[in-house]
Design a protein around this ligand. Structure first.
Ligand code: CU
Length: 482
């Protein structure tokens, strides 16, 4: 049957309508300000290291963000607290996730128990002060302002109330992500990590409630440099996790107030870095610079299991000031990618072949029998300075948050057999020494039973320990499991 001209015209009109609808759906806007918003939604806010659900394919919306400012005392490190000023109760503040074209209705509430006025400057805002001038709010009040997200990227927000440096130094910063239309590519795991430097009246580790030190802040002489507001926020049980084969995306920010971060993950290479949180992608990066008041998005696939350490590679900050986190990866080993130790030998710099480690002392020159304590101390000190001091330090003081002390060590003095066993077999996992928790790795030491006796005797007879004289036969016994 031939269609009539009127039904033909209707068909054409229908096709045009459908096509224009599809075109409308896929329409790209030269100016993000022109993107229309459909409906309203309340923004999901998360505290670190978590991030809200990806925007995916959702259209631009009127996005309601309700942010509460809380001033509260919280832990900086074991035994030390600090009066943090926070967006949403955490440092860094709640993570905000938007997409380009969203019309954000932002309400900033200052809790009535707070002492000070605050405001917010969001680097994702195009407008005076990034919102600061419209959001200045006294305790017990709230302020509302609107902005449209025009540029995709990862942006810092922070308080900008005078003295600005002090408000930031007390923890008033966080991240707001603006995803492009259609969202960022899907990944398996996403985490929120933000570095900050802190300045306290007492030195690093001094116990009690520590006050902010303005002079140290001006001098940029940080006592703490940490991820997510405190020492250990991402270590031990707080470590972030992934499984072998997964792709991990880290939203990394730096609140400062002063220090620039050289962000690095030990044992990983960033497959992709969205440099400075913008749209330009750099590949195969070892360490990425995160400026104060800036951010970066890093992505990598985890290929082998293990604990990967996140650091600011200005490395004293990591091992002495707290800028250290952990990513624990579980799954199958892949010996092609990483073998682990395949052989351990004796190294003769003067030549000769590499020999296998002897299983026992029988192949070695017999150690001198019945050494005096002085002889054992002399031998033990030599071994200590070759083998142990890099981690436990010359005076047995250890390294805070990394390697436990041997000086006046309750853990050491409590159980000599345990100490022998650790030197023989190595030790991983959490231990508590003198009230401080440590979660590091001590490798099995490639020294003879006689040397173990000497070095432990040296340690036990130094730095205020309990003067145990460890004998080779004790070590032999532990080694043979009796
Ligand atoms: Cu403030």
């Amino acid at each position: 049957m031939k269609p009539t001209s009127s039904s033909y015209a209707m068909l054409v009109a229908l096709i045009l309508l459908v096509t224009s609808c599809i075109n409308n759906e896929k329409k790209t806007y030269d100016n993000a300000a022109d993107i229309p918003v459909s409906r309203e939604m309340i923004a999901e806010l998360t505290s670190p290291p978590n991030v809200p659900t990806p925007v995916g394919l959702r259209k631009a919306k009127k996005l309601i963000v309700n942010m509460e400012i809380l001033e509260k005392e919280s832990t900086m490190t074991d035994g030390t607290t600090y009066n943090y000023w926070t967006f949403g109760g955490s440092v860094p503040g709640s993570f905000i996730r938007t997409r380009v074209g969203d019309e954000v209705e932002f309400t900033l509430s200052n809790h009535p128990d707070n002492k000070l006025p605050h405001n917010i400057d969001l680097h994702a805002v195009t407008g005076p002060g990034g919102g600061a001038t419209s959001s200045f709010v006294a305790p017990g009040h709230e302020k509302k302002f609107n902005f449209k997200t025009l540029n995709p990227g990862l942006y810092v927000y922070h308080c900008a109330t005078a003295p600005v440096g002090m408000h930031i130094a007390n923890g008033m910063y966080g991240l707001i992500l603006v995803e492009p239309a259609g969202g960022l590519p899907q990944v398996d795991k996403e985490y929120y990590i933000m570095q900050g430097d802190f300045y306290t009246k007492g030195e690093n580790g001094e116990p009690g409630l520590q006050a902010f030190d303005m002079q140290k802040a001006v001098d940029e002489d940080a006592d703490y440099v940490v991820f997510n507001g405190k020492v250990g926020a991402l270590t031990g049980d707080n470590a972030i996790t992934a499984n072998v084969g997964e792709t991990v995306r880290l939203y990394v920010g730096n609140g400062g107030p002063n220090l620039v971060s050289s962000f690095h993950v030990i044992g990983e290479i960033f497959d992709k870095v969205m440099v400075e949180g913008g749209s330009s992608i750099n590949k195969h990066v070892q360490t990425t610079l995160v400026p104060a008041g800036g951010a970066a998005i890093v992505e990598f696939r985890v290929d082998v299991p293990g604990t990967f350490i996140l650091v600011d590679h200005s490395i004293f900050r990591a091992f002495n000031k707290g800028a250290l986190g952990m990513l624990k990866v579980e799954g199958e080993e892949n010996k092609k990618i990483y073998s682990g130790v395949v052989q351990e030998g004796i190294y003769h710099p003067e030549g000769g072949t590499i020999q296998e480690m002897p299983d026992d002392d029988s192949k070695k020159v017999a150690p001198k029998e019945n050494k005096t304590l002085a002889e054992k101390m002399e031998s033990g000190k030599k071994i200590y300075m070759q083998t142990c001091f890099a981690c436990h330090q010359a005076e047995g003081q250890g390294i805070p948050n990394a390697f436990p002390p041997l000086a006046k060590s309750d853990y050491l003095n409590a159980d000599v057999n345990r100490a022998i066993s650790i030197v023989l077999k190595g030790k991983t996992g959490e231990i508590t020494v003198n009230g401080q928790k440590y979660n590091s790795v001590m490798t099995r030491q490639a020294i003879s039973n006689d040397e173990i006796a000497d070095v432990l005797t040296y340690v036990y007879n130094s730095w205020g320990n309990n003067k145990t004289n460890v004998t080779k036969s004790q070590v032999d016994q532990i080694k043979s499991g009796h």
